[in-house]
Design a protein around this ligand. Sequence first.
Ligand code: IMP
Length: 425
Amino acid sequence: MAVTAVVGLQWGDEAKGKIVDLLTDQHEIVVRYLGGNNAGHTVMFQGQTYKLSLLPAGVLRPGVTSVISNGVVINPKALLQEIESIRSRDVVIHRLLISDRAHIIFPYHMAEEAALEKGRGDQAIGTTMRGIGTCYRDKAGRTHAIRMGELVRPELLRQRLHEVVPQKNLVLHALDPECPPFDADAILSEYSGYADQLRPHVIDTSAYLHRALADRKSILFEGAQGSLLDIDHGTFPYVTSSNSSGCGIHPGSGVPERAIEKMIGVVKAYTTRVGGGPCPTELLDDIGQHIRDEGREYGTVTGRPRRCGWFDAVATSYGARISGVDCLAVMLLDVLSKLDEVKVCEAYEIGGERTTDFPSHAVDLARATPVYRTLPGWKKDIQGVRKLKDLPTAARAYLDAIAELVDRRVEIVSVGPDRDQTVIV
Ligand code: IMP
């Protein structure tokens, strides 16, 4: 494989980590191009489980270069803690490159986010409280943004913090008069220490990736979150603050989409969502709880229980179109194995009209009633299956329904958490 991308097509947590992990061996460079330490994925390597957040999956493999590109927002303290936790387990991080254009998360970003979320009351977005949205907000606003290239230049960092922090304190005081002010020198001293540790990794990663393309190196783009959390195309405002669909690869890395030879869309065999916002197929009953228990559906980063429901083909096919994926990887199929019947949402009814278009506005999505296609369950343990032909007929019919409704071929099916519990179609 030369240049490949793996993106989630739902609301995140599609188990992209397992697919990225499977593909990492076949690539020389792995790129994380968006989001920050709001994301989390679990990777198995040499029989051990690693929970990664900011670091690309490539860090565990000798010979693979890991790149954190410009579209990522970096909390340097969290990044260094993650590096340390990997090193403490005797994993040598061979080559980690960090973009000088990536934006930095400071403590005032978390404080600002807490005040903004509190202010929205029951309309809160339900963010991960990692300062992600407020850092991207500063990136778009420009005047208060500080990038990695400034963090690693001591004089520039001093100057920028002394400009930004007093203004941030004014804003924070207006949002929440009880918020204690931040001290520019204290932040400077803390962040200068982080800068010293990160400096050797910092380069112009766009230039590096373009040289790699010219040298025909194999590159894997590792998506975070999912297409329906995309700031432009997702369920706004209940989204993350970056282009978390396939649309984000170009702005987030500098590599144009035309360079990507294969785009794999990862979906769960059902739907989950964390945080606020409508989720038409959500099940608030025993089946929803059953899926949550069987799929261990609790957030990797925040531990929050995930909202669970039937597979939503309207939402997922929209995600597939927006991201431009070539095929599907269907994950966690085994989670549905004990159910008598399974359902796929094939259309919505909104205001008495049937549609397969995904609404642009959260208020319309909140009014959508799912129209289900009901299929028989397979009622059989499938975790030992390795070939498509060995899956129960009902499970294959379920995969066929997903492929038909999302209009993409299913190329990978995951039937358990381990690497080898995978069916390549
Ligand atoms: P933020 O990214 O922390 O600003 O959170 C915005 C929304 O995206 C919230 O609903 C979060 O729960 C959701 N979100 C952010 N990261 C992830 C993720 O990795 N998986 C699933 N949902 C996420």
